[in-house]
Design a protein around this ligand. Structure first.
Ligand code: HEC
Length: 397
C-alpha cells in the first residue's frame, strides 16, 4: 500500500529505526489511524468524493456529520453498535468555505459567508462540537451521560471572541511590499466607485437594544459556485431548526454554569452581551431578501454570498467564499482566464498580482465539486492597464 510505503520512508528517515522494525511501526500506526481509514472507507462506499479543499478551508457545519460517520463506523467495528440497515445519510463535504477576513468578524450582522447565523456565540459553540469537541473513546461515556455539550470550552471561545474584537484590517506595508502609487489609487477609486462600490459597502444597522451598532453588509448572487450555499439550503428549514435547538441547549448550559459561578443577573445578561444583542437565529441570505434584483444583468448561479468590505483584502487571499481564485489580478480577469489549478498552503505573497504566490504544497483544482472559480465578472472588461488602478486602490484600503 502507498501508505505503508510512506510510513517506511518516514520511520527510516525521521526516526532512524532499523529495517526490521519498520513493518511493525507501520502496523502500529495504521491501528491508530484506523478510525480515519474506516471513515474514508465508508465515504468510498457512499461514493462521497474526498473534496479536500486544503489549507485555509473548512466545512464546519458538515464536519459534524463527518465525525458522526467516523464515530458510528468505530462503534460498529468495536461491536458496540449494530450495523445500520438504513442507507447512510448523505454527507456533503464539498461545500467547504475559505476563512473570510477575520477582522470583520466582531461586528458584522451575520457570521457566515451566506448570511446564515447571526449569533457569534452559537456559531462558535456549534463549530466547537462539530469539529472536535469529543472523540472516541471519550465519546462513548459522553453519549451515555449526555454530557457531550459540556465538552465545549466556553471560556476559551470567549477569549477568542475578545481577541477578534481587537483585530483590525492590516495596512499594506509599503516598506516591505513596495510603495503605493497615489495617482493610480485615485484613478482606482473612481473605477471602484463606478464598478464595485454599489455592493462592497458596509453600513450600520440602527442601534440595537444594547445601544450597539452592528455593521450591515449585503449578499448577492453573482454567479459564483453554488455548492456551499445549496448544501445548507437543501433541508435548510430543518437544519436551521436543529441548529437553533442545539444553540439553545448550549446557551442554557452556559447560563447554568455562570449562575453557579456568579449570579442570575450575570447569567441572564450573558447571552445578550455576548451576541452584542444579535438574535440567536439561523437563516439563508435569499430568504432575508438579499441577492439583487431580477433585472440585474450579471450571471446567476442560484447561490447568495456576502459582498464583504474590502479593507485589508490583500492579506486574505485566496478569494471568494470557496477560496477558488489566488490573486486580485485573477479575480479581475475573465473567468475562463483564471487559473484552473494553483497551489495553496504557502505563506508567500505576490505583491504584483496581489495574493498567494503559489508556493504551497496543496494543489487546488477548480474543476472539482464546490471549487468552481466562475462568476463575479465585474471589472473583467477593463484593459490590463486599467486593472492596475483598482488593484492599487484595494491595496491602499
Ligand atoms: C453586484 C454586486 C457586486 C459587484 C458590483 C462587485 N462585487 Fe465583488 N463580490 C460580490 C459578492 C457577492 C462576492 C462574494 C462572492 C463569493 O464569494 O462567491 C464578492 C467578492 C469579492 C471579492 C473577494 C472577497 C473575499 O473575501 O474573498 C473581492 C476582492 C471583490 N469582490 C472585489 C470586487 C471589485 C474590485 C469589484 C469591481 C470591479 C466588485 N467586487 C464588484 C458582489 C459584488
Amino acid at each position: 500500500m502507498y501508505c505503508d510505503y510512506l510510513v517506511q520512508v518516514f520511520t527510516a528517515r525521521v526516526c532512524d529505526v532499523a529495517q526490521e522494525s519498520l513493518l511493525e511501526s507501520a502496523s502500529n500506526l495504521s491501528t491508530r489511524l484506523n478510525n480515519h481509514f474506516l471513515t474514508r472507507a465508508i465515504f468510498d462506499r457512499m461514493q462521497i468524493p474526498p473534496a479536500d479543499f486544503g489549507p485555509g478551508n473548512l466545512n464546519a457545519l458538515t464536519l459534524g456529520n463527518y465525525n458522526k460517520v467516523g464515530l458510528v463506523g468505530w462503534l460498529v467495528q468495536k461491536g458496540i453498535m449494530p450495523p445500520s440497515k438504513k442507507a447512510p445519510f448523505r454527507v456533503g463535504l464539498e461545500g467547504a468555505v475559505n476563512y473570510p477576513p477575520m477582522w470583520f468578524a466582531a461586528d458584522d450582522n451575520w457570521v457566515q459567508w451566506f448570511a446564515q447565523i447571526h449569533h457569534p456565540g452559537a456559531r462558535d459553540w456549534i463549530q466547537s462540537v462539530s469539529s472536535s469537541a469529543v472523540r472516541p473513546p471519550k465519546m462513548i461515556s459522553a453519549l451515555k451521560e449526555k454530557v457531550f455539550l459540556a465538552s465545549i470550552d466556553f471560556d476559551n471561545i470567549e477569549q477568542i471572541e475578545d481577541s477578534l474584537d481587537r483585530l483590525r484590517p492590516p495596512k499594506w506595508p509599503e516598506n516591505v511590499l513596495g510603495r503605493l502609487d497615489r495617482q493610480s489609487i485615485d484613478r482606482g477609486k473612481l473605477l471602484f466607485a463606478e464598478n464595485c462600490a454599489q455592493c462592497h459597502v458596509q453600513s450600520y444597522e440602527p442601534p440595537n437594544s444594547l445601544g450597539i451598532k452592528v455593521k450591515k453588509r449585503l449578499a448577492y448572487d453573482v454567479g459564483t459556485d453554488p455548492v456551499a450555499y445549496q448544501q445548507f439550503k437543501e433541508h435548510g428549514e430543518q437544519r436551521a431548526t436543529e441548529l437553533l435547538n442545539l444553540a439553545n441547549k448550549m446557551l442554557q448550559l452556559r447560563e447554568a454554569q455562570l449562575t453557579k459561578k456568579f449570579d442570575k443577573d450575570v447569567a441572564a445578561n450573558y447571552a445578550k452581551h455576548d451576541s452584542q444583542g444579535r438574535p440567536n437565529q439561523f437563516g439563508l441570505a435569499q430568504e432575508e431578501g438579499y441577492s439583487g434584483s431580477e433585472k440585474d444583468s450579471w450571471e446567476k448561479s442560484g447561490a447568495v454570498y456576502w459582498a464583504s468590505p474590502l479593507e485589508g483584502i490583500f492579506a486574505s487571499s485566496p478569494y471568494l467564499h470557496n477560496g477558488s481564485i489566488p490573486t486580485l489580478s485573477d479575480l479581475l480577469s475573465a473567468p475562463e482566464q483564471r487559473p484552473t489549478t494553483f497551489k495553496t498552503g504557502g505563506t508567500e505573497l505576490d505583491p504584483k498580482l496581489v495574493g498567494l504566490k503559489g508556493s504551497g504544497s496543496f494543489v487546488y483544482d477548480t474543476r472539482e465539486p464546490g471549487k468552481g472559480n466562475g462568476g463575479h465578472s465585474f471589472g473583467t472588461a477593463l484593459s490590463t492597464e486599467q486593472k492596475v488602478a483598482p488593484i492599487e486602490y484595494l491595496k491602499s484600503l
